[in-house]
Design a protein around this ligand. Structure first.
Ligand code: SF4
Ligand code: SF4
Ligand code: FES
Length: 285
């Protein structure tokens, strides 16, 4: 886990047990929408976590378990629609915008030590604002349609065609050049952690679901396949990487430090550009 990810998700762990048990009132404000055609509106709920280890996902589950869900003004409210799978930061389903930052609901604590101190000082509920990912069509409440991620992978033909065992053996460190081989294996392993959550696309100034730049959610799996692919399939994938990633990426690195899987975007972009673009250009000369 990277330092950035520690900072985002686990900033509560330094609190001592006494503090974790104090009742804290959280105001959870949600940008709601009943269906794709309905108008969106904000609705707030008051929630008291059982302990400080609770995440946004826990709070959403417990709110939905209430027999008679009401907002903080006492109005009846429909169940909150959100997606989840593993609740272990492994599937990416629960990605949403939490306090203006894309993150996993199951990987985000309800409050930090700083929030807690402010709460004690001001006696005002800590506010958390939840919105669906904004780059994709909203289906309902906190659920967005991220199918474009998979369509983009299909368009880029980002799958392994020839599992080149020699190249893989090389990458696995079974040949003489152990140092390079291990680096390649590490890079492939790191890329395999991508959850397809879409958090990186949320902050990317160049990504739009309707344009030809596919963003890091495609660049990461493509980089893993580039390491193992060979021959014509490697050439085709490299061409697609250049077309759908390299040409459209502004290299702003706004996506750095946002990935819940802790993937090092900077390193991955430069490695993939070297494999898919620069080495091929040099060969052509
Ligand atoms: S470097 Fe900038 S343009 Fe490229 S994927 Fe990251 S945020 Fe998007
Ligand atoms: S690169 Fe990271 S932020 Fe982007 S889709 Fe994969 S896991 Fe999510
Ligand atoms: S539910 Fe799987 S990552 Fe949150």
């Amino acid at each position: 886990m990277t330092a950035a990810r520690d900072k985002i998700n686990d900033n509560f762990d330094h609190l001592d047990d006494k503090i974790k048990k104090i009742d804290i009132e959280i105001k959870i404000s949600i940008l709601r929408r009943e269906n794709p055609d309905a108008k969106s509106y904000w609705r707030s709920f008051l929630y008291t976590p059982k302990d400080g280890a609770e995440t946004v996902a826990t709070a959403l589950s417990r709110l939905n378990e209430r027999e008679d869900l009401r907002d903080m003004d006492g109005n009846p409210a429909p169940l909150i629609q959100w997606e989840y799978g593993c609740l272990q930061k492994k599937c990416g389903a629960c990605a949403m915008v939490i306090n203006n930052r894309p993150a996993l609901a199951c990987g985000t604590r309800l409050y930090s030590e700083k929030d807690y101190k402010n709460y004690i000082k001001n006696q005002r509920a800590i506010e958390i604002r939840l919105e669906p990912l904004r780059k994709f069509p909203v289906i309902a409440d906190l659920i967005s349609d991220r199918s474009v991620l998979y369509e983009n992978l299909k368009t880029a033909r980002a799958w392994l065609k020839n599992d080149n065992i020699n190249k893989f053996n090389h990458a696995a460190g079974i040949d003489k050049n152990m140092k390079t081989a291990r680096k390649e294996t590490d890079a492939a392993y790191e890329a395999s952690r991508c959850l397809q959550c879409g958090c990186c696309l949320e902050v990317c100034p160049n990504f739009d679901p309707f344009n030809q730049f596919f963003g890091m959610s495609a660049a990461v799996p493509m980089s893993r396949i580039l390491i193992r692919e060979s021959g014509e399939a490697e050439r085709e994938l490299s061409g697609n990487y250049e077309k759908y990633i390299y040409n459209g990426c502004g290299k702003s690195l706004a996506c750095r430090n946002i990935c819940p899987a802790g993937i090092d975007m900077e390193n991955l972009l430069s490695r993939s550009a070297a494999i898919a673009v620069w080495r091929r250009m040099i060969k052509r000369k």
